[in-house]
Design a protein around this ligand. Structure first.
Ligand SMILES: Cc1cc2nc3c(=O)[nH]c(=O)nc-3n(C[C@H](O)[C@H](O)[C@H](O)COP(=O)(O)OP(=O)(O)OC[C@H]3O[C@@H](n4cnc5c(N)ncnc54)[C@H](O)[C@@H]3O)c2cc1C
Length: 421
């Protein structure tokens, strides 16, 4: 029995093949009737499952080329952010953002529009400038932002439905240092009234709450440190919240040893932007996550509406996290509609109980324009999700053109892209 990282989903695919070269991956794809690439298994639903073959590219984890003149890095399709980031740092380079954990594969994160936080920063898929995709025949198709324009914008967040991404090229920037400061006791009222100022106060801001009571649990500010401009200074308080005096875990009672250093100690971007350190289990482990993306201008209404759910959520919620994401033009990115508020839930691993609570949360959030994270759980009907993506029909056409036999279509793609029951 093979499961995802959290152990809440058992893969049905009877075969798991490991490719050690791109040529081998091409052969496996060409020979398979149905195939899906399995990334680092961090999604919480069946998105990476297959009727027949799952293909792991985990051994293809190398940095292939660094082009400092054009600020680009080319990587293999199985690399994880935690493998890539130290290599970039050695070359004085950085990515614009990272998710809460470095353990996830780049291609898997990009395929689901995985994001960090930052009102001025796009999700991780916005860094992609080119992809080499192994298509159903086993041949490689190259797509790039420069050559393929709008089609490329359709292909980046691809839900694994266009083929196996064998190589990717990402935009990079000069390295930077970040300090991470945690503040406790921010009031829900101030969060709602000063949302833009709070989330605009640093490169990356996360607010953690259980939605109960007058105050949130914590605000994590990740500020770029720049001695010349004075960016990244200490504050004793932040919108009425007090600076924490010891390192914190996002989950109440969690061991902060697994977290990246806080208390304002400056460090390399990749050792501060994720909440969790590569050498440790991120988050809780036995958990299930859900997340919704809402238009950012609904923030005050969304926060007010969510507070009525605090008691309902209490028996199963470990923590909720709010982040922001800049708008982009990627067809299947939740931020294609405009800047987003991302509202995340880490639940205890109890799907029976979660299923009884999520519909009420979704009934509150749907009228505000919520769409779920592609890699997390939801009880929203696929038709409602599909309606939110204006370019979904174009993506269907792209998937049919790239994968005419439907080799890379699995049950998740059938339901959420093709609308099959
Ligand atoms: C503890 C934890 C923390 C998380 N934090 C965040 C967060 O901060 N922000 C956020 O947005 N999400 C977060 N997630 C969700 C996670 O980022 C996504 O589920 C992401 O897709 C996981 O990547 P993966 O490599 O594990 O991919 P998988 O779950 O293995 O696969 C996801 C999809 O990518 C496809 N895929 C993978 N590799 C390739 C490839 N080479 N070619 C083609 N398709 C491919 C798969 O077929 C599948 O469709 C978190 C998850 C966990 C468990």
């Amino acid at each position: 029995m093979r499961t995802n990282w959290a152990g809440n989903y058992t893969y049905q695919a009877p075969h798991l093949r490991q490719a050690t070269t791109i040529a081998e991956a091409q052969e496996i794809v060409a020979a398979a009737r149905k195939v899906r690439v399995l990334g680092s298994r961090h999604s919480f639903n069946g998105i990476a499952d297959s009727e027949e073959t799952q293909l792991s590219l985990a051994a293809l984890n190398k940095v292939l080329a660094i082009d400092v003149a054009n600020m680009r890095v080319e990587v293999e399709g199985g690399i994880r952010y935690g493998d890539l980031a130290p290599v970039l740092e050695e070359h004085g380079l950085a990515l614009a953002n990272l998710a809460s954990l470095p353990h996830i594969s780049v291609a898997g994160a990009v395929a689901t529009a995985t994001h960090g936080s930052g009102s001025d920063t796009g999700n991780l898929a916005t860094a992609v400038v080119a992809m080499d995709i192994i298509t159903a025949s086993g041949e490689i198709a190259r797509l790039s932002r420069d050559a393929d324009g709008d089609t490329f914008a359709g292909a980046v967040v691809n839900l694994g439905a266009l083929g196996a991404v064998a190589r990717m090229t990402l935009e990079v920037e000069p390295t930077y240092e970040v300090r991470q400061d945690v503040y406790t006791g921010l009031s829900h009222d101030v969060l709602a009234s000063d949302f833009d100022a709070i989330f605009g106060a640093a490169k990356s801001v996360s607010v953690f709450t259980d939605w109960r009571g007058a105050t949130t649990q914590a605000v994590w500010l990740k500020q770029v440190v720049d001695a010349k401009s004075g960016q990244g200074t200490a504050r004793a308080e932040f919108f009425g919240a007090r600076a924490a005096t010891k390192n914190q875990h996002p989950l109440p009672g969690g061991d902060a040893t697994v977290c990246t250093p806080q208390l304002g100690v400056p460090g390399a971007w990749h050792e501060r932007l994720p909440h969790f350190r590569m050498a440790f289990t991120p988050s809780n482990g036995a958990e299930i996550q859900a997340e919704y993306f809402l238009p950012r201008d609904t923030a005050a209404r969304t926060i007010a509406a969510m507070r009525q759910h605090g008691d309902r959520l209490a028996p199963i919620l470990m923590i909720s996290e709010l982040r922001t994401i800049a708008a982009d033009n990627l067809w299947l990115s939740p931020a294609h509609r405009g800047p987003c508020l991302a509202m995340h839930f880490t639940f205890k691993r109890d799907w029976e109980a979660i299923q009884t609570v999520l519909p009420a949360i979704e009934a509150t959030l749907s009228p505000l324009g919520a769409v779920p994270h592609w890699g997390k759980v939801t009880t929203m009907p696929p038709a409602a999700v599909m309606r939110a993506y204006g370019r979904l029909g174009d993506f269907r056409d792209l998937a049919l053109a790239q994968d005419e036999p439907g080799k890379f279509r699995n049950s998740f793609v059938e339901r959420f892209v093709f609308g099959e029951v």
